[in-house]
Design a binder for this molecule. Structure first.
Ligand code: KG4
Ligand code: ZN
Length: 342
């Protein structure tokens, strides 16, 4: 079964054809980064305009690269939430129209289910496991029992981890997008250059929660206070010290979830799952079987959406034609074990 997946929730216009939820036949990602770079962040209106221009050629290229036409496609899936409203509507409406016109089933997919599924495209993974969803908008530690059964154990109480990378990079003038730039700078920096504070989140209620606003403020406004004077304040050292603490914050909570649940498989997803320090620190923990998506599947892509679409197709479910986009999701709230509604 071949599913065409469309992703347009933020600043990538992406489409992919995936067979049986596993084999990637094509994966086209048109990044808008150069158009947002001068503003040092994503400009929603520019994102919508680019999606409008690019959606058709991107989808056509995905079909062409796979050597297929719409006749060969069994279903169409598109991200409908969460994300930028204007951006979401373009991929969703294009996907729905394409499915309707070609008489194929349609699936509206939650972007976060997509990120959680990305590692499954390259690995055989058994449920249940601990999920680590880390992106520009989300930081979620969860128990995953099926592709759409995600019980949130902990989340951020303020900023998402990717957002902290982006803001620190923006403030220090390192560039956009911040995560990958800080990761690269940090390779040549010393993580001991600053002693940034770890958040103090007390109480059982916050056992698996993280916080990034303190670290962000420390790395932006209070650098002198936490800096070790024997180190030079270079971009490399700032990046390395910030990244080290950002990753430690995540892992301190992740390890508690592993210990408490007895689940030793951890599956990561989302843009920050591309971070090299997160990968190397987790690799040191041999007691944990940590599975990361390939780098290209960590950030936004259509293959992960096609993968989730296939899982719904297998169940014989479809999304109604009236399904619309939504900027936020209610499924991923802490402490609520919820089946993600379609
Ligand atoms: O999943 P994604 O492409 O979009 C969202 O759904 O948010 O994630 C983008 C986020 C950005 O905050 C970006 O800075 C971060 O992922 N990111 C990274 C790395 N690559 C991307 N953060 C840390 N290290 C990286 N190598
Ligand atoms: Zn994403």
């Amino acid at each position: 079964m071949k599913v065409l997946g469309i992703e347009s929730s933020c600043d990538e216009t992406a489409a992919s054809v995936v067979e049986d939820g596993k084999v990637i036949l094509s994966n086209v990602i048109a990044t808008q980064i150069p158009f947002h770079q001068e503003y040092k962040g994503v400009v929603p209106e520019i994102a919508s305009r680019k999606h409008t221009e690019w959606i058709e050629p991107v989808v056509k290229t995905a079909l062409k690269d796979a050597g297929l036409t719409m006749n060969d496609i069994d279903a169409v899936a598109a991200t409908n939430r969460p994300g930028l409203m204007g951006s979401l509507l373009i991929g969703l409406t294009f996907g729905k129209s394409l499915a309707w016109a070609n008489n194929k089933p349609f699936y509206a997919v939650n972007h976060m289910l997509g990120h959680m599924y990305a590692a499954h495209l390259a690995n055989d993974i058994e449920y249940p496991y601990i999920g680590l969803l880390v992106s520009g908008g989300h930081t979620i530690i969860c128990k995953v029992s099926d592709f759409d059964q995600i019980e949130v154990l902990g989340t951020t109480i303020d900023d998402a981890v990717g957002e902290a990378f982006d803001k620190v990079s923006k403030f220090h003038g390192f560039g956009y997008p911040g995560g990958v730039i800080i990761d690269r700078l940090a390779q040549n920096g010393n993580p001991k250059a600053a002693n940034f504070p770890m958040p103090i989140l007390r109480g059982e209620d916050h056992r698996y929660d993280v916080s990034y606003s303190g670290l962000k403020t420390a790395a932006i406004n209070q650098l002198d206070q936490f800096w070790n004077p024997e180190f030079e304040k270079t971009p490399e050292n700032i990046a390395a010290a910030f990244q080290e603490t950002a990753v430690k914050i995540l892992l301190s909570r992740l390890f508690k979830a592993v210990e408490d649940t007895g689940l030793t498989t951890v599956v990561a997803g989302g843009g920050v799952a591309a971070n090299s320090r997160l990968r190397s620190m987790l690799a040191e923990h041999k007691e944990i079987n940590c599975i990361f998506p390939p780098l290209k599947l960590c950030t936004d892509n259509g293959a992960m959406i096609a993968g989730v679409g296939y899982q719904f197709l297998k169940r014989g479910e479809t999304s109604p034609w009236t399904t619309t986009a939504s900027a936020r999701v209610t499924e991923f709230k802490r402490g609520l074990a919820r089946k993600s509604s379609k």
